[in-house]
Design a protein around this ligand. Structure first.
Ligand code: XMP
Length: 606
C-alpha cells in the first residue's frame, strides 16, 4: 500500500529528526531530505516541513539551498529557522534579536485551521536568536508570543498565507513542551495537506529484527550493556533476532558508576534471561588513569568513549571473539547532539559517538538497532518486548556516568564579561527579591541549536518556585553569557565563590556517589522516582565564602525525549532532607537546585 508522506527538510536544527518522528506517530510517513536535494526529490510529498538550524537567517547564512521548494504545489510549514526563511522568501524581514528560550505563551490572533481545537492562548517552546520583524504582502500574523512576568511581546510567532499555503511557526511545535504541538502538526498534515493517516508502527519490531538479521548475517554481536534502558532493550531485540547463543554482553564498571550499580546491573541482566554469555570487567583503574589531570569537558568525553572501545577490544581478544560486531544501544539524541548530521552543531560528544566509533561504523563493525529512536519510543519498544516496568522506566543514566557530573577546573577564575553581567543580574534578581552571583566556571548548554559553554548564576533568597523559574527565564533573555540558574539551599547568602583546582579523582567520585545516593534514596522514599524523569547530582569545585571545596547541585527535571526539559519542583520535605544529609558531608561548601530549562542548559552539566 502506498502511504501519504511529507518531507522534512533538515537544516541541522536539534529537533529536525524529531519532526519526522512526531509526524510518523500521527501515522503519516515522514522522510528526511537535505536542503540541496534536487526538486524531483520533493515531488512525491503532500507537504513539506522546513526545520530549525544553527544558522542565522538574519545574516543570510545557509542560503545555498534549493529554493525551488517554494514553487512546489504542496503546502510548506517552516519551524524556527524555516519560519524565518519563509518570511524572508516572500518579502518579509528577519532581524537578529528578539531572542527567547524555553516556555512562552502563544496568543492566537484568529480562528485558523492550523489551530483547530486549540484555545486562544497556547504554551509553546522557543529557542532562537533571530525573529521575524515584518511579513510580505501575502502573509498575515496568526499569533504573537508573550514571555514571562514582564510580558515582553514578540510579534509574528505564527504567520501564514492561505493563498500560497505557506506557514511559519517561530516556536518548535515538534517538542513535547509545546503542549499542543502534536495537534498543530496534525492540523497541518490532515487539515492543510490532506494526508490520510495510514502509516503504522505496528510492525516496528519485526522490521528491526529483519534489519538486524540482514546486517549481522551469520556473525554474532558483542553488546556493551550498561544496564540502562537503551542497551537492555537493544539486548532483548538482538536476542530475538539472533538467538541467545549469538549474543555476548559486556558490562564494564568504568569507575564512574553509582553506588553498588554494577552489582545491581548484573543481577537485572540475569533476571531478564540475558546471562547466557554475560561478561563483566572492572576497568575503574583504566578509566581513572586515562582521565588523570584532564579538565576540559569534551576531552573527558572523548577519553571515556575511547577507553570503552579499548576495554571492549581487549575483552573480545581475551574471549577469542574479535570477529563479532560491536552492539550499542545508541539512540537518536546521542547522534544529533554529537553533531552527527550534516549541519548540526556539536553540543556534546556522546560516549558512543567518538571518532573511533565513527570509524568502526564506516567499516561496518557497529550495529545499533535503536539509533532512530528517542527514549520514549525505546521504552514503548521495551514494554512490547516484555521487559518489566521497573527496568523500562529506570531513570536514564549517561554512558560517561558520574564522569560528566564531576566538574573539573584548573583553579583559574573565569570572570570574563562579569563587569557588565553583574549589574544586570543584580537588577533582575532584585525584582524577585533575590541575590545573584555569577559563578566563575562554565557548563555546557544549548541555545538556538548551538553549543553554549557559559556561566551559571547562583540565586539566593526565599522565593516561590514559579517565581524562581520565572526569574531564571527573565535572566536568560536579558543577560548574554549565562546559560544556567541554580538556587542556593544553604542558609546564608554567599558573597564570594572561588573555583579550586580539581580533576577526576577517586576521592571526589566517592563524595559524588554518596551525594547522588542520598538524592536517589530521597526521591524513592518520597515516591518521586517515577514522576521525575532524571535527576543528576553534580559536584562543582567551588569554595564559598572561604569554606569547603565542592558545591553540590541537584538537577531534577521533567522531559520525555531529552531534547527539551523543564526543571522539576521538589517538595519542601525532600529539600529539607537533602539539606540535612548533604550539607554535613566532608568538603561540601554548599547545596543548590538547578532551575534551568533545556534550552538554554542541557540536562547534564558537561
Ligand atoms: P543532555 O545533557 O545533552 O543529555 O541534555 C540528554 C540525555 O542524554 C544523556 N547523556 C548521555 N547518554 N551517553 C549517553 O548514553 C552520553 O555520552 C550522554 N551524555 C548525556 C543525559 O543523561 C540525558 O538523559
Amino acid at each position: 500500500m502506498k502511504h501519504d508522506a511529507v518531507a522534512v527538510v533538515d537544516f541541522g536544527g536539534q529537533y529536525a529528526h524529531l519532526i519526522a518522528t512526531k509526524v510518523r506517530r500521527l501515522h503519516v510517513l515522514a522522510e528526511i531530505r537535505q536542503p540541496e536535494d534536487p526538486i524531483e526529490a520533493f515531488t512525491p510529498y503532500k507537504g513539506v516541513i522546513v526545520s530549525g538550524s544553527p544558522s542565522l537567517a538574519s545574516f543570510g547564512e545557509d542560503q545555498d539551498y534549493n529554493k525551488a521548494i517554494y514553487d512546489l504545489d504542496a503546502p510548506v510549514l517552516g519551524l524556527c529557522f524555516g519560519h524565518q526563511e519563509i518570511a524572508q522568501h516572500y518579502g518579509g524581514r528577519v532581524v537578529h534579536g528578539g531572542r527567547e528560550w524555553g516556555r512562552a505563551d502563544l496568543h492566537i490572533v484568529r480562528d485558523h485551521p492550523l489551530f483547530k481545537g486549540l484555545g486562544p492562548v497556547e504554551q509553546v517552546w522557543m529557542s532562537h536568536f533571530d525573529s521575524v520583524a515584518e511579513v510580505g504582502p501575502d502573509f498575515e500574523e496568526l499569533g504573537y508570543s508573550v514571555l514571562g512576568d514582564a510580558g515582553d511581546q514578540h510579534r509574528f510567532a505564527a504567520i501564514g498565507s492561505d493563498r500560497l499555503r505557506r506557514y511559519g511557526f517561530q516556536f518548535h511545535a515538534e517538542v513535547d513542551d509545546t503542549v499542543h504541538g502534536t495537534e498543530m502538526l496534525a492540523n497541518f498534515l490532515f487539515g492543510i495537506c490532506g494526508c490520510a493517516p495510514t502509516w503504522t508502527m505496528e510492525r516496528y519490531v519485526e522490521e528491526q529484527v529483519e534489519r538486524v538479521r540482514r546486517q549481522v548475517g551469520d556473525r554474532s554481536v558483542f553488546l556493551l550493556a550498561s544496564g540502562g534502558v537503551d542497551s537492555t532493550v537493544a539486548a532483548k531485540l538482538f536476542g530475538l533476532a539472533l538467538g541467545a547463543d549469538r549474543l555476548h554482553l559486556l558490562h564494564v564498571d568504568n569507575g564512574l558508576m553509582r553506588k553498588d550499580e554494577s552489582r545491581e546491573v548484573l543481577a537485572t541482566l540475569s533476571r531478564l534471561g540475558l546471562d547466557r554469555h554475560l561478561h563483566f570487567v572492572d576497568a575503574g583503574d583504566t578509566f581513572l588513569r586515562a582521565l588523570e589531570g584532564v579538565v576540559e569537558p569534551e576531552q573527558k568525553r572523548q577519553i571515556i568513549g575511547e577507553t570503552f572501545v579499548e576495554v571492549f577490544e581487549c575483552e573480545a581478544r581475551r574471549l577469542g571473539i574479535e570477529g563479532h560486531l560491536l552492539g550499542q544501544g545508541t539512540i537518536y539524541p546521542d547522534t544529533i547532539e554529537t553533531g552527527g548530521t550534516k549541519r548540526a552543531d556539536t553540543i556534546k560528544t556522546h560516549h558512543n559517538r567518538v571518532p573511533i566509533i565513527e570509524e568502526m561504523i564506516a567499516a561496518g563493525r557497529i550495529v545499533e538497532p535503536l539509533a532512530e529512536l528517542y527514549k520514549v519510543e525505546v521504552r514503548e519498544l521495551g514494554e512490547q518486548l516484555g521487559i518489566p516496568r521497573d527496568v523500562v522506566w529506570r531513570q536514564p543514566f549517561p554512558g560517561p556516568g558520574l564522569g560528566v557530573r564531576l566538574l573539573c577546573s584548573t583553579g583559574v577564575e573565569d570572570r570574563k564579561g562579569f563587569e557588565t553581567m553583574v549589574p544586570r543580574l543584580e537588577e533582575i534578581a532584585a525584582r524577585y527579591g533575590l541575590a545573584a552571583l555569577p559563578i566563575p566556571i562554565r557548563s555546557v548548554g544549548v541555545k538556538a541549536d548551538v553549543r553554549a559553554y557559559e556561566h551559571p548564576v547562583l540565586f539566593s533568597g526565599p522565593a516561590e518556585w514559579a517565581r524562581l523559574v520565572e526569574a531564571a527565564g527573565t535572566m536568560f533573555r536579558h543577560v548574554p553569557g549565562v546559560n544556567r540558574a541554580v538556587w542556593n539551599l544553604g542558609v546564608e547568602v554567599p558573597t564570594r565563590v572561588r573555583p579550586l583546582a580539581a580533576t577526576v579523582t577517586r576521592e571526589r567520585l566517592d563524595l559524588l556517589r554518596e551525594a547522588d545516593h542520598i538524592v536517589m534514596t530521597a526521591l524513592g522514599r518520597h515516591g518521586l522516582y517515577g514522576t521525575i524523569w532524571q535527576c543528576p547530582t553534580v559536584l562543582v569545585p567551588l569554595e564559598i565564602d572561604g569554606r569547603g571545596r565542592e558545591l553540590v547541585i541537584v538537577r531534577p527535571i521533567h522531559s520525555e525525549r531529552a531534547m527539551t526539559a523543564t526543571p522539576a519542583h521538589l517538595p519542601e520535605a525532600v529539600v529539607d532532607e537533602l539539606r540535612r544529609l548533604i550539607l554535613p558531608l566532608p568538603g561540601v561548601s554548599g547545596l543548590a537546585i538547578d532551575i534551568t530549562s533545556k534550552p538554554p542548559g542541557t540536562i547534564e552539566w558537561e
